[in-house]
Design a protein around this ligand. Structure first.
Ligand code: IPM
Ligand code: MN
Length: 360
């Protein structure tokens, strides 16, 4: 049910191809707004290298305020080769990590599916990939990303602590179980419980939550084995729940299943705030060339609409994207012969046009 007719959306185009893919996503968002008489007020703000260049900070206070006041945030990408040196004091990535933490976005949802029309593009064999449809629930505000880090012993020893509180595990595991009930009713915990104490706590908490969801099938897969199973048998997975760093790694790996990282959307959810962004990065080599794939960002808008309760809009976008893939509106990352590729804006236009087809 649609309960509100006006939404304030913070738009953070960011760096590299971010502004281009966000422009296409906005086209699609506004087309949905027009169709359903919903007003989306867009409030633009800077994050990442673009923000560092203007203000010296990767997450300016004004940007954070815009995000706090918004009903949802749409982000393009952050990262710039000028700031690639990981020893720099100020880096674009800090902006994203601080924003996730400040908004309390503990649950990162990354759905991965094999579109029939793209099966030939996956480097994996069709018979293994066909029908794959999984979602990764990645913990996003804890673990090794946010643990104590530093140097000791005259700079000759470095450490990054991976710690989790029970409540941090509980809240994301619960969301993963709830998601499974709406899907194939299966949750896999990916961890390294044969080695890490933090993983053993994840298992304990997982087993407790599982008691509330007796109808849901569960298993554990160690992360090294999961990395292999993801390629060997992606159809075995439904919902995967895992820690921050393991989720980061296996979600890039999972993108291979659908043929391009340019297809993967994500939602980062907290109690009060939510942010939607493509899984891919800023792809500086393609910036300004109108060749980037906008579909991950467009599909992130679908996740945003679903989260805002506008399910019809989400379904329309997902159907329009599938239709455009079938009709071969493909950017060059999805083309075997790049001379046949559509531009970023052509694909955005094609999706916005395909939305006009009523959903039955
Ligand atoms: C991601 C990215 C980020 C992460 C980087 C840019 C900090 O790789 O969203 O997956 O590691 O979380
Ligand atoms: Mn990543």
């Amino acid at each position: 049910m649609i309960t509100k007719r006006t939404y304030n959306i913070a738009i953070l185009p960011g760096d590299g191809i971010g502004p281009e893919v966000v422009a296409e996503a906005i086209k699609v968002l506004q087309a949905i707004g027009t169709m359903h008489n919903i007003e989306f007020n867009l409030n633009f703000a800077d994050l990442g290298a673009v923000a560092i260049d203007k203000t010296g900070e990767a997450l300016p206070a004004k940007t954070l305020q815009t995000c706090i006041e918004a009903d949802a945030v749409l982000l393009g990408a952050i990262g710039d080769p000028r700031y690639d040196d990981p020893t720099l004091q100020v880096r674009p990535e800090q902006g994203l990590l601080r924003l996730r933490k400040a908004l309390g976005l503990f649950c990162n949802v990354r759905p991965v599916r094999a579109y029939d029309s793209l099966l030939e593009l996956s480097p994996l064999k069709r018979k293994y990939v066909a029908g794959a449809d999984l979602v990764i629930y990645r913990e996003l505000t804890g673990g090794i990303y946010f643990g104590e880090q530093g140097r000791k012993e005259n700079n000759s020893y470095a450490y990054d602590v991976c710690g989790y509180h029970i409540h941090e595990i509980e809240r994301i595991v619960r969301l993963a179980f709830e998601a499974a009930r709406l899907r194939k009713n299966r949750v896999t915990l990916v961890d390294k419980a044969n080695v890490l104490e933090s993983s053993r706590l994840w298992r304990e908490v997982f087993n407790e939550i599982k008691k509330e969801f007796e109808d849901v099938e569960t298993n554990y897969v160690l992360v090294d084995n999961a990395a292999m199973q993801m390629i060997l048998n992606p159809c075995a997975f439904d919902v995967i729940v895992t820690s921050n760093i393991f989720g980061d790694i296996i979600s890039d790996e999972a993108s291979v299943i659908c043929g391009s990282l340019g297809m993967l959307p994500s939602a980062s959810l907290g109690v009060e705030h939510s942010l939607f962004e493509p899984v891919h990065g800023s792809y500086p080599a393609a910036a300004g060339k109108n060749i980037a794939n906008p579909l991950a960002t467009i599909l992130s808008v679908a996740l945003m609409l679903r989260h805002l309760g506008i399910e019809i809009g989400a379904l329309q976008i997902e159907e329009a994207v599938a239709h455009c893939l079938e009709e071969s509106f493909l950017t060059e990352d999805l083309c075997i012969d790049k001379s046949e590729a559509c531009s970023c804006s052509e694909v955005g236009d094609a999706v916005a046009t395909a939305l006009r087809v009523p959903v039955v």
